[in-house]
Design a protein around this ligand. Sequence first.
Ligand code: ZN
Length: 152
Amino acid sequence: MSLKSRLEKVIGGYPDKVIALMAWLWTLPTSLLASLLIAASAGPKKASYLFRGIVVVQPRYVWWFPKRFAGMVLGRVIIVRNINWFVPESQWEQAFVRHELHHCEQGLYTGWLHLPLYLLCCLMAGVCYGKPYRANWFEMTARLAAGQEVRP
Ligand SMILES: [Zn+2]
């Protein structure tokens, strides 16, 4: 039985609100960082609640956000350049949503350690492959889950 199946078996019986609360507590420091970044961006331009406590936010000014990134997951918050991509129509948008939701799922396993582990993987991927983002284990598994090209 995979880790995901086991996790679903354990949390599947709880109501969505309980799971949302547990997930928020488990990822609290990272989710708070997302809140600070959104506040530093003059607040949300648009925000939407997905399910099980996941919030999608398009900040007003994303000056701190690298231009080549379309989205970023911090805890239970998905920060995006364009929230309309979460009503996916094109194949790219569907893959984008799956990719970001996979990062949320990773966060359920790693909790508040997600950001330190992600940065550690960036370091390892940078040292081993010279590609801290593309060769990062978190990114490669998210691309695999989303059906996107996986190549370090
Ligand atoms: Zn990613």
